[in-house]
Design a protein around this ligand. Structure first.
Ligand SMILES: Cc1cc2nc3c(=O)[nH]c(=O)nc-3n(C[C@H](O)[C@H](O)[C@H](O)COP(=O)(O)O)c2cc1C
Length: 260
């Protein structure tokens, strides 16, 4: 099973990087997935693999979705979801679930399909998913063709880059600023954007709280797609470490401007 740094071929990265800027959460769907879409999405849901996490594509009724009084409104017109499943017995399974789910969202956007991560505003009990012992449903990704005019990536509300990055982000190497910007555009639960990015010699670090493992995985998916130079992902072994960092040979020595 591949590690994160081997999840995407260079050609996949070239294809998916521009999609990061146009992916936007969709809550109004028009046409359901065609048979051809369904086949393509099923293939993609199985194509990306990481330990302890999987995506299960299933048809759903619109009544699966609920709304909140003050939230962005319930999802309408959606007839298919990818159920995001993670195992409690495999290390970093929730993080892996975030990575796989977001890879699917970006692949869907590349096919001009729309998506929305949903972990709160749905009726979990309404889903019928065969689960292995220790597996749990983390949420669903609504999928389908967007209703006209609902997708507006230009209206994205995001914190300034400087707020998510510790140290002088403008002094970081260009590639790492590109990775940080890719993280900035990632979706997150309640749009909390719980990430903190730092650069240390030879390291691009991404942190998020223990309760935000899906959001962290989503951010790492975007960072991985943006990174081009050779690197390997490492994960915190002790609490004082950031949750994850890309170890990059390229910036080992004197190129670590803005390190904190
Ligand atoms: C892990 C996760 C859970 C989410 N859960 C919900 C949800 O329950 N209901 C909802 O309407 N949107 C949900 N969203 C969508 C976010 O509200 C959305 O990503 C965020 O507001 C940023 O907007 P954007 O995706 O259009 O950039 C979720 C997003 C993520 C990443």
């Amino acid at each position: 099973m591949p590690a994160l740094e081997r999840l995407f071929h260079p050609g996949d990265k070239d294809r998916l990087y521009p999609v990061i800027a146009r992916r936007v959460s969709c809550r109004g769907f028009a046409a359901p997935l065609s048979t051809a879409d369904w086949a393509a999405v099923s293939y993609l849901a199985g194509r990306y693999q990481l330990p302890g996490a999987r995506l299960y594509l299933t048809r759903v009724e619109e009544s699966l979705f609920t709304g909140t009084l003050l939230g962005p409104g319930r999802v309408t017109g959606c007839q298919a979801v990818a159920v995001v499943v993670a195992s409690s017995s495999i290390p970093r399974a929730r993080l892996h679930a975030g990575i796989l789910g977001e890879a699917l969202c970006l692949e869907a956007a590349a096919m001009n399909l729309a998506s929305c991560w949903i972990t709160g505003t749905y009726r979990k009990k309404q889903l019928s998913v065969p689960l292995q012992p220790g597996e749990a449903i983390m949420g669903v990704i609504a999928l389908g063709h967007p209703a006209e005019g609902v997708l507006q990536p230009g209206n994205r509300r995001r914190k300034p880059l400087e707020k998510l990055c510790k140290g002088d982000v403008h002094a970081w190497p260009e590639e790492l600023v590109r990775a940080a910007r890719a993280v900035l555009m990632a979706p997150s639960a309640l749009n909390l954007q719980p990430w903190e990015m730092t650069v240390a010699p030879g390291r691009f670090c991404v942190d998020a709280g223990e309760r935000a493992q899906l959001d962290l995985g989503i951010a790492l998916c975007h960072a991985e797609i943006a990174l081009r130079s050779s690197h390997a992902w490492r994960f915190a072994a002790v609490r004082k470490d950031p949750a994850a960092w890309a170890q990059l040979d390229e910036y080992k020595e004197d190129n670590h401007h803005g390190a904190s």
